[in-house]
Design a protein around this ligand. Structure first.
Ligand code: T3D
Length: 260
């Protein structure tokens, strides 16, 4: 099994599972990952997802043995890239939060797969490498979009062009990720975070994802209109009513995550 799925109360843990290849993504693993995300999305009990890797690496990006490099012409990378695009669109479009626990090296598309998730934790020993330049490619899997937005263009350019490992501590300091965690605490912390998110107002969290992604390209005027429209949806959710009632009753809210 290239991808392992564990069901926990309220969330699913999806583990990339080719540890001998540092969880490099081949076609089979892409298919299994997208299918696991789609199954999680279809499960009404699932209100958050946790993605991590088996073994000492998180994900070493594209499995370089899975793409034929020809002597007589360019390899056909468009099909490979379509898979990454599908994956990134799926993660960003999921109507629930996605936590990523980067347990070791995250290289190439593996680094950008992590950045496509909503909240990224990384083990102290982990690092992020935009490895593409080392093999004559540009950052893909959303890398050219995520990097400048997360760390600014100066750092994005150097990360992309130099392809040097960025330690988890610096990634957290620069705002590339949410937090660095001691190695032996990573999974427990990530699971606690996913479990906590699974008890929150899921509809509002899903709408936040849409608003924050749209903000990356919208002018303020359009973003204000979008906030108005999405807030109307959030305000119509049972969890909004419950949140206000709980506040007035001075008790913790019991959110259901139901849309209506
Ligand atoms: O090209 C296209 O198809 C287009 C798509 C592009 C998307 C991309 O992701 S391009 C970038 C692809 N990824 C890389 O270039 C990273 C390649 N890997 C590395 O540079 C290093 O493995 C790491 C820096 C990530 C880790 O180094 P280290 O020294 O900790 O481990 P290692 O010994 O290099 O790797 C362990 C094993 O995993 C090793 O196999 P072996 O010798 O034990 O049999 C290594 O070959 C294998 N492995 C690591 N990364 C990949 C891989 N096998 C296939 N594909 C990999 N990407």
């Amino acid at each position: 099994m290239t991808v392992l799925v564990e069901k926990h109360p309220g969330y699913r843990q999806i583990t990339l599972n080719r540890p001998d290849r540092l969880n490099a993504l081949n076609a089979a693993m892409h298919g299994a990952l997208v299918a696991a995300l789609a199954e999680a999305e279809a499960d009404p009990e699932c209100r958050a997802i946790l993605v991590t890797g088996a073994g000492r690496g998180f994900c070493a990006g594209q499995d370089l043995g899975d793409v034929a490099v020809k002597d007589d012409g360019p390899p056909d990378l468009k099909e490979v890239l379509e898979r990454y695009n599908t994956l990134v669109r799926k993660l960003r479009g999921l109507a629930m939060p996605v936590v990523c626990a980067v347990n070791g090296v995250a290289a190439g598309a593996g680094a950008n797969l992590a950045l496509a998730c909503d909240i990224v934790l990384a083990a102290k020993s982990a690092n992020f490498i935009q490895a593409f330049a080392r093999i004559g490619l540009i950052p893909d899997c959303g890398g050219t979009w995520f990097l400048p937005r997360l760390v600014g263009t100066a750092r994005a350019r150097a990360l992309a062009m130099l392809a040097e490992p960025l330690p988890a501590a610096t990634a957290a300091e620069w705002g590339l990720i949410w937090q660095m965690v001691e190695d032996d605490r990573l999974i427990a912390e990530a699971q606690a975070l996913a479990a906590r998110l699974a008890t929150q107002a899921t509809t509002a969290l899903a709408l936040m994802k849409r608003a924050l992604d749209a903000a990356a390209t919208n002018p303020l005027d359009r973003q204000l209109d979008l906030e108005r429209d999405l807030q109307a949806e959030a305000g119509a959710s049972p969890d909004h009513r419950e949140g206000v009632r709980a506040f007035l009753d001075k008790r913790p809210p019991a959110f259901t995550g139901r849309r209506r």
